[in-house]
Design a protein around this ligand. Structure first.
Ligand code: LIP
Length: 282
């Protein structure tokens, strides 16, 4: 359970955590993290789109918990979840949730997984608030539109800022791969062109956490083809509020075909390489 900050937070942080919907998402993410850390021996693993696209009992249990909590605190909002939650509301606001982003990591006990809860304006699709909670590390990344991005680590708040890397050849780049062999072959084709042009690649297994690492300047950029709204709804806002530039390719916004999020100094160069190699195509 994330404990309250142990020292007086700055005025900006105080303003951010006073935002009521963010506070609701933080409390729900924290409770979901506790639930997920109490893992049963049998995770009742099933597969979805392919044999490598796994889902566990805990993905479903966590999503049910989040939906139940949102029903109590925000009964008129819509909800879209990776594991099937799809509720229509009347408020014009939609919660976009991934109960476990990085399910393969959760299954294999790799720490790089999270609870991702984003809030968007349904008419515009604009992100309003985002929470990405990494239970194993007790790190909660948070943001609301126009109020900056912060991480609370073991109760200590710290403001997030993207890296100052100006040279793509010195950039540490995050990416990920899909679940179909056709998609993976195409992603490997693109990786062959990207890898020689950057310092190194990290495939850590969670879009949402990768986006928060861009926000924190740990990764200089991240790109991936095939991620869904629930993977990036929260993390993309957090990264932008920390100074990142976010886009698709060829002037398009982020989407299932491609998401590119990086510090402003290298975002354009990364997009150019991806466009030159039709990275938004299989
Ligand atoms: C994951 C994404 C990640 C991608 C993985 C997987 P999931 O989402 O967050 O970026 O590379 O293949 O799709 O399935 O763990 O919610």
């Amino acid at each position: 359970m994330t404990s309250p900050p142990s020292k007086a937070p700055s005025a900006a942080f105080a303003e951010l955590i006073a935002e009521p919907n963010l506070a609701i998402a933080m409390a729900i993410a924290s409770g979901t993290g506790k639930l997920l850390l109490d893992r049963p021996d049998d995770l009742e693993v099933q597969t979805k789109s392919t044999a490598t696209d796994v889902v566990t009992l805990m993905d479903k249990r966590a999503e049910a918990f989040i939906v139940s909590e949102l029903g109590i605190h925000r009964p008129n909002d819509s909800i879209l979840g990776e594991e099937g939650a799809n509720q229509t509301g009347t408020s014009g606001l939609q919660w976009v949730i991934d109960p476990i982003d990085g399910t393969v990591n959760y299954l294999h006990k790799v720490p790089h997984w999270c609870v991702s809860i984003g809030l968007i304006e349904q008419n515009t699709g604009e992100a309003l608030s985002g929470v990405v909670y990494v239970p194993v590390l007790d790190s909660m990344y948070i943001s609301s539109r126009g109020l900056g991005a912060w991480v609370i680590e073991q109760g200590m708040p710290r403001r997030l800022q993207v890296s100052d890397c100006t040279d793509l050849s010195k950039a540490l780049m995050g990416t990920g791969f899909g679940y179909s062999s056709t998609r993976r072959a195409s992603q490997a084709r693109v990786l062959q062109q990207v890898l020689p042009k950057v310092a190194d690649i990290r495939r850590l297994g969670s879009c949402a956490v990768d986006l928060c690492l861009v926000a924190d300047g740990v990764l200089d950029g991240y790109y991936e083809r095939g991620v869904n709204a629930w993977d990036h709804a929260a993390g993309e806002l957090i990264a932008r509020e920390a100074g990142a530039i976010s886009s698709g390719l060829f002037g398009k916004p982020i989407g299932n075909d491609m998401i590119v999020v990086a510090n402003p100094a290298i975002h354009g160069d990364l997009v150019a390489i991806l466009e030159a190699n039709q990275a938004d195509q299989d």
